[in-house]
Design a protein around this ligand. Structure first.
Ligand SMILES: Nc1ncnc2c1ncn2[C@@H]1O[C@H](COP(=O)(O)OP(=O)(O)OP(=O)(O)O)[C@@H](O)[C@H]1O
Ligand SMILES: [Mg+2]
Length: 250
């Protein structure tokens, strides 16, 4: 008689493992900006979204569809007007300033135009977000050097940004975003200023970093090939969620 392992009867319900990164939940989140003469523009319009810890989500949609605004809301760079936006249980819509300041320290942000400080070396750019830390055993320079290694730039710590290629500058910006060990990484068109090959390399790097440093990642992109590398693709149209593809079940 042969015996065979019987698969469990329960369906594979994804288990939310908080050690993999931040859990993000948006319920009817809206953001309206005042524009000229008493008119207002709703940049994010009643968006519902749930991002599992450790997932990588690509935000796509035409220019002006609200991708950057949505990232700014999730990063607490701007506050939503209504709805509920919780990250690891903290509601960013109602949280006080002090709670938001603490929250922002745990979020890494990468921008399309890198935003490195031109007068600082690559190393000092990466160290810029680190607060004085008296924890014994925390060596910020050592941590930065590990990150230079992780992003493939070991040995270039002393370079000024102007001496680095676009792809290398974006790698420095990614190292800077990771210096405080964020549970959530937000990237606004991180490959938008790079040629497609270099853009693909930067995305591969993010995917690789995620295996070593668990985190939830949300990025915006105009590049369909980059969006296809994500677990979850969210399409915005005029601030509304036009479609949201579930992570593949394999
Ligand atoms: N601070 C602001 N004040 C007024 N309007 C704004 C502000 N920020 C964004 N908007 C408007 O909100 C809408 C969404 O802008 P957003 O930058 O989020 O789009 P996007 O999808 O990121 O576009 P792109 O692909 O060009 O980066 C646009 O119509 C924009 O003009
Ligand atoms: Mg944008």
């Amino acid at each position: 008689m042969t015996s065979r392992a019987v698969p469990p009867a329960t369906a594979a319900v994804p288990v939310q493992d908080a050690s993999l990164g931040a859990a993000v939940r948006l319920v009817r989140v809206s953001k309206t900006f005042p524009i000229a003469e008493g008119r207002a523009l709703t940049a994010v319009d009643a968006v519902d979204l749930e991002l599992a810890p450790g997932s990588l989500t690509a935000l796509v949609g035409p220019s002006g569809s609200g991708k950057s605004t949505l990232l700014h809301l999730v990063g607490a760079i701007e506050r939503a007007d209504s709805g509920s936006l919780t990250v690891d249980g903290l509601d960013l819509v109602t949280a006080n300033r002090r709670a938001l300041t603490g929250y922002r320290r745990g979020v890494g942000f990468v921008f399309q135009r890198f935003h490195l400080l031109p007068a600082l070396t690559a190393l000092d750019n990466v160290l810029a977000p680190v607060l004085p830390d008296r924890r014994p055993g925390f060596d910020r320079v050592e941590r930065a050097r590990e990150l230079f290694d992780a992003v493939g730039l070991a040995g270039r710590e002393a370079a000024l940004p102007s001496r680095l290629s676009g792809g290398q500058q974006q790698r420095v910006a990614i190292a800077r975003a990771l210096i405080n060990r964020p549970r959530l990484l937000l990237a606004d068109e991180p490959t938008g200023n790079l040629d497609s090959r270099t853009g693909r390399d930067v995305l591969d790097l993010l995917l690789d970093l995620r295996t070593r440093h668990p985190m939830t990642v949300v990025l915006s992109t105009h590049d369909p090939a980059i969006a296809d590398m994500a677990d979850h693709k969210v399409t915005l149209l005029d601030g509304r969620l036009a479609s949201s593809s579930a992570p593949s079940a394999d």
